[in-house]
Each structure stands twice: as C-alpha cells, then as structure tokens.
Design a protein around this ligand. Structure first.
Ligand code: NG1
Ligand code: ZN
Length: 533
C-alpha cells in the first residue's frame, strides 16, 4: 500500500556511509552528526511502522546528542505515552540503519511488518524536534524526505527547536487528546508555570538562581518559561546561554561537565550563598552546586540528592494529606551514592529499588509504585504518579485545612512534574518549590546526608563485549573469575563498594568505587582499573 519506487528514489540521496556500523543503544543512535543522514532517513521508516502498529497514534523523533560535543548528533524515537521506544523494536532500528541499500531497507521493513503484524494501510503520524546543533536541519530534511516518500497515509509535524522533554510532553498530549495538556510548546509553559505559581504562593521567595544552560536549547526555552512564570515568582540568571557559537555547546559547562569534573562550570564563580544549577545540552538533566561557606570547596547536589529531596517532600505531603495508603518508593542505579541509599531507606524509611543503567529501566521500575521517584546520579529523573495515586488525589476529601492545603499541593505537583521523562525544567521548578517551602539554602539541603567519597574510571579494553553483568549491573558473570577478584579487593577497604560494567554508550568499561575516605577510594578504583585492563 505504499510506493516502493518513491522510497528507492528518495533513499538514494542518503546512502549509508561505508565502514560504519550503527547501533540503537541506550541513547538511541548517537555519532558524529555528518555520519547520520542515512540513519535519519531510516528512522523515518521505523517511526512510521511503529505509528501504524500503534493504530496511527503519534510517534516522536528527537534529534540531539545531549551532553556530547557540538559535532555529534543523535536520534531517539519516542513512544505514544511519551516514553522511550519499546526495546523489542531496537534491533529493527539497528538493522534498518545498517541496510546497505533501498532493497535491503525494503526487506527489513517487510520482516518488521510480519514480525509485529503491522497493517500497512493504517495511518501514521510523526512529530519531530531537534536541539541547537548545526547538523540538525540537514538530518530533519533526511527524515522528512523519508516520511514524504512513504506516501499519503503518513503525516508529520516538525516542531523545530525543542528540548527533549518538551517533545516527549507533546507526544503524550497529542495521544491523550489534550488530557495531559496542550500539544504545543506554549501549552508546556502554561502547564508548568501555573503549577509552579500555585505551589510557591504564600511563601517567601528565594534569592535568584544561577542557571548554566550549557550553551544549548535550554537557554532560550528556560527564558521563555521564566517569563511565563514571572520574575516575582522565580528569579533566574541564565549563564552559558550562547547558542549562536555552535562550538560552545557543552564546552566547559553544563550538567555533565559539572558532574564529571566536580567543579564550577565556565562563567559560574560560586559566590557566597549563590544557588547554582546546570542543564545539559538538551535540557533533560539537572544538577545543583554551590561553594561551601566554611571550606570554600565546590559542592555538588546531583541526581541522588534531588531524588532524596523530592522523596522527603512527597512523603511529608502524602502524610499531611492523609494519603498514607499510597506507597511511595525510589528507584536508583548502582551509581547512586551509598549514603543516598542509606538516607532513603533508614531516614525516610522508603523502599528503594536498584536497576540497570539507562532511564528506561528506572522509568519502568518506578511505575510499580503509586508514587515512584527515580533519578540517575547524573541528574536525569522524574516522579511518576500512577492511576491509583491520581485517583486517590482527585477523590480525597480533606478533613482539615492542613489536609486541604497538602492535597492542593500534591495535585499541583502532578502537573509540575513531567511524567514522560526526566526534564531539567520541571526538576528545577520542583527543587525550587521544596527549597522555597523549607526556606533552605543549598547547604541546608546538602546536610541531609554526606556523600561517600567515590570515583568513576573509564578503562579502554580490547573487547568490552567480553564483560557481562547481572544483578542490576553490580556483578560480573564474564570474564569468568573476575568478580571474585573484585570482591577480594573490595573487602580490603573500609566501607568499600565497587562494580565493573561495560558502557552502553561508549567503547569503554566503567569502574565505580566507593570507600570510607578519599585516599582509600582512589586506591580501590586504581587497583580495580588494573584488574580490568
Ligand atoms: P553508560 O555509557 O552505559 O554508562 C551513560 C550514563 C548513564 C545514562 C546513559 C544514557 C553514567 C555512568 N552512565 O551510560 O547514566 O545516562 O549514558 O545517556 O553516567
Ligand atoms: Zn540529555
């Protein structure tokens, strides 16, 4: 029911580069941007088939390479509820990308159609967003050329420059026919701004927040959101907001820089009592940081700290609202600092699940709680309210003014938090709400618990596929015998905890170590690196 000759002609403009093998991994396709036009074209095929399979529901395609350098780019497919692509489709994405020519594309298409029993006569709708990278427009052109070639059952809308979470939001809005919000950038700002204003009303406002925008899409979009919220309610000072000089993207700045360098980003000095935070290049990650008043050192409040703060606030609110039947839980990965896990379990008395690296794993696990808080240590995360929780919130009758206030706040919180994916803007507003309610400085927030010294090391190995893990990445099953050696070493260090796993996004093996003090931690990480190499 589509014209194969149109696809053949169109795909000839986007030949697959020789000697490159593409993989749809944790971060979708991600590579140097000028190697990706053929991939963008084939992602069009995948998105259309996925939409037809989902009975014509809208599928999203986001073009971004997040925190990676400006020359890189990437493509990720967004499923109808605004979530990551169903993992059973990932191998088909990979095979389409590696097809040598149009004939091979057509044969993978046919295999996918039959494997997933897709009715090709169904309509398909695709929405597209991209970050500020210079290769973005050419990749969108390749993608839309494919969508056009696939015939009259296919429609699409190009939303231009967006943050990743904005595109996820739009997909969810379209497929729920407006129940989640207006399917526009404007609708997104309205929803967040309204919820934020409700939540801070009646509280003394905080001092201005410095936001490092990584010189990316977060800069113009956060400016638009802040304008909507109004300066009287949220004062932000945007730095690293230059999106004109392409090579500045993520350069010496942004959430990944701050987290991995454990240092202030360019143009952020960390004045006394200054609250600083950083977004990444597509505004789905957030970390906070500040300069310690006593020792003047850099202090980081990463995803684990945000998770702890959010879980604390939500637990208090559900108690105050009399909704003690709702089970609140937290999802982390093995990279979560041991102190954060102890805080969640022992102080907040919450259930904590540990899953494999990659947000889709955290997201799915968080759905098992009525209210599920999930964050990766790198600052990507959100809070999910399931059906039972939203029902309980809408039905609950307050028995006191205090209960009524807590209920109102929880209801606004559901709107404030992006339920589709980790969103730096929504997370930023959430943190600001909590700090406003408590009238806390960053150091007061930080005092909930003290991070154990930790070290993350990359080891370049001959073949990272030789490394296989189990138990949520925490133990090696291959190479045989290596885990025993890791255990032996870890046992020699006070408070030692460590694990080794192959990266899903880079050709390296990652070693993570924690110990009671900095010296022992560094020594443990160094020795483990030697074992792995
Ligand atoms: P890998 O390369 O598999 O460790 C990295 C991050 C993840 C996640 C993904 C996707 C670390 C240690 N790992 O995964 O948390 O964000 O990229 O972007 O930060
Ligand atoms: Zn990102």
């Amino acid at each position: 029911s589509f014209d194969l000759s149109a696809l053949v002609t169109a795909s000839a403009q986007y030949p697959k580069p020789p000697n490159v093998t593409f993989t749809y991994g944790t971060a979708g396709f991600r590579l140097q941007g000028d190697l990706l036009p053929s991939v963008a074209f084939r992602v069009g095929v995948l998105a259309v088939l996925r939409s037809k399979k989902m009975d014509g529901r809208t599928i999203g395609v986001m073009l971004t390479a997040s925190h990676n350098p400006a020359r890189d780019n990437g493509l990720k497919v967004v499923d109808p509820r605004g979530e990551m692509l169903d993992t059973t489709w990932e191998p088909f994405a990979t095979r389409l990308a590696n097809a040598n020519d149009a004939t091979e594309i057509a044969s993978v298409m046919e295999e996918l159609r039959s494997a997933k029993t897709i009715d090709m006569s169904k309509p398909a709708h695709v929405v597209i967003g991209r970050d500020t990278r210079p290769t973005g427009p050419a990749l969108v052109k390749a993608l839309t050329d494919c969508l056009t070639a696939l015939g009259s059952t296919v429609t699409y809308q190009d939303y231009g420059v967006l943050t990743t979470p904005q595109l996820h939001y739009i997909v969810r809005c379209i497929n729920t026919h407006g129940a989640y919000g207006e399917p526009t950038e404007d609708g997104y700002y309205t929803k967040l701004a309204t919820a934020f204003r409700t939540l801070v009303s009646g509280h003394r406002r905080l001092s201005p927040l410095t936001v490092d925008c990584a010189n990316g899409v977060g800069a113009p979009k956060l400016r638009a959101l802040a304008e909507r919220i109004g300066e009287a309610n949220l004062a932000v000072e945007l730095v690293n907001d230059n999106i004109e000089a392409a090579d500045q993207l993520n350069y010496q700045c942004g959430a990944d820089f701050v987290k991995t360098q454990q240092n202030f980003s360019a143009n952020v000095e960390g004045r006394p009592l200054e609250r600083c935070c950083a977004l990444d290049g597509d505004a789905d990650r957030l970390v906070y940081f500040y300069r310690d008043e006593t020792d003047h050192a850099f202090k980081l409040l990463d995803g684990d700290k945000i998770s702890g703060l959010a879980a604390m606030f939500i637990t208090d609110l559900t108690r105050a609202a009399g909704l003690t039947d709702l089970n609140v839980g937290v999802v982390q990965t093995a990279y979560a600092n041991g102190s954060s896990t102890a805080y969640l379990k022992e102080v907040l008395q919450l259930p904590v699940a540990c899953v494999c690296t990659g947000v889709k794993h955290l997201h799915h696990e968080a759905e098992k709680f009525d209210i599920g808080v999930y964050f990766e240590a790198n600052g990507h995360g959100t809070v999910l309210f399931n059906h039972a929780a939203t029902q309980a919130l809408s039905k609950a009758q307050a028995r006191s003014p205090a209960q009524a206030e807590a209920l109102d706040q929880l209801r606004a919180l559901v709107d404030l938090v992006n339920q589709t994916v980790g969103d730096a803007f929504s997370d930023l507003l959430l943190v600001e709400v909590i700090l406003t309610h408590r009238q806390w400085s960053l150091s007061q927030w930080d005092h909930a618990y003290t991070d154990l010294p930790n070290r993350l090391v990359k080891v370049v190995v001959a073949d990272r596929t030789a490394f296989r893990t189990t138990n949520a990445d925490t133990q090696l099953v291959e190479p045989a015998g290596l885990q025993d050696k890791v255990n032996e070493l870890v046992a020699k260090y006070r408070g030692g905890r460590a694990f080794v796993r192959p990266s899903g996004t880079e050709d390296v093996v990652r070693v993570y170590a924690e110990a009671a003090n900095r010296h022992e931690c560094d020594q443990l990480a160094f020795k483990l690196g030697g074992l792995v190499f």
